[in-house]
Design a protein around this ligand. Structure first.
Ligand SMILES: C[S@@+](CC[C@H](N)C(=O)[O-])C[C@H]1O[C@@H](n2cnc3c(N)ncnc32)[C@H](O)[C@@H]1O
Length: 287
């Protein structure tokens, strides 16, 4: 989600001015740090949920002791204990079961406390996890809550997993699509069952950002801001960023190819030197 911070997530937070926030799935704290800066400036509080904090996240948290509450836990275990918030950044376990039940718990908590439900900003609502589950710890889930999965990669437009695809080091559902599969499907199913108006807007690039605004949180300023994300200028800026990112990746791949070619050449030379030495030793008369 951090790639959306400057142009999208930060302006949403500055416009909505939440007093209490939750971040589900903080990883290295790349999003967490600027949110905590916002908290320091405005007196807001951030509740952070991540069961597997890398050292980089703990370093970020140590810099902002007064601005955060950290839960080293899974979202579904801890959300019911957290008091209602104004805004949630949701980027944890990318599967239907988790996302659907996170939303249920967040909205139920607000309703029981008599509070307005929060604005929810999601990551990974586009390919590859819009219509395909991924599980950080699949064995922790009831088998009925997960699809068959494998540690294999994904290619756009192909349901079957493949050796040469993206994110082959994650536990990905074997197939894309169908019921109860993927982050976007979880959000849509929640919205369909909610019973009250919920505006949901999607930015389908950088793996996708979703913005869910309950009626009670809608303001003209927030609506205008979200509309501006779809202006010609904003979309052009996104195209340029995507193009620049693409070129950077191509440059990295080219540099890596050159390194591999050089290493293979050095290996080939070392092998032929060893073979020549062996032949020389073998050719020498004994004694
Ligand atoms: C994609 S990363 C988050 C990236 C981060 N939001 C960013 O933009 O830089 C997902 C994180 O979710 C955490 N996670 C996995 N399962 C979770 C769960 N059930 N509840 C909360 N966090 C979870 C993982 O430990 C991981 O750090």
């Amino acid at each position: 989600m951090h790639r959306f911070w400057k142009r999208f997530v930060s302006p949403i937070i500055e416009t909505a001015q939440p007093r209490r926030l939750i971040e589900i799935g903080a990883e290295f704290g790349w999003n967490t740090a600027p949110v905590l800066e916002y908290c320091r400036r405005t007196g807001a509080t951030l509740e952070i949920i991540d069961p597997a904090p890398p050292p980089a996240l703990l370093e970020v948290l140590a810099r902002y002791p007064a601005e955060h509450v950290y839960h080293r836990a899974k979202s579904l275990d801890v959300i019911p204990q957290i008091q209602p918030v104004d805004l949630v950044l949701l980027d944890g376990d990318h599967n239907w079961h988790t996302v659907y039940n996170e939303l249920l718990a967040i909205f139920r908590g607000a309703s029981e406390a008599g509070a307005a439900p929060p604005i929810v900003v999601f990551h990974d609502i586009a390919w590859p996890y819009a219509r395909r589950d991924m599980y950080y710890t699949p064995l922790d889930l009831d088998p009925s809550a997960r699809h068959p999965y494998a540690d294999r990669g994904m290619l756009p437009g192909q349901s079957e997993l493949t050796e040469n695809g993206l994110n082959a080091n994650f536990h990905n559902a074997l197939h894309e699509g169908g019921p109860r599969n993927g982050v976007l499907t979880g959000i849509e199913d929640f919205i369909a069952g909610y019973g009250k108006p919920l505006a949901f807007r999607q930015l389908p690039f950088f793996n996708g950002l979703g913005i869910l605004v309950p009626e009670e949180r809608t303001t003209p300023a927030l609506e205008a801001l979200i509309d501006s994300f779809y202006s010609r200028e904003s979309l052009l800026e996104t195209v340029v960023t995507l193009e620049t990112d693409g070129m950077r990746v191509r440059a990295e791949l080219a540099a890596q190819n050159i390194r591999l070619t050089r290493q293979a050449e050095a290996l080939r030379r070392a092998k032929s030197t060893i073979e020549a030495l062996r032949a020389e030793l073998g050719a020498k008369p004994a004694g």
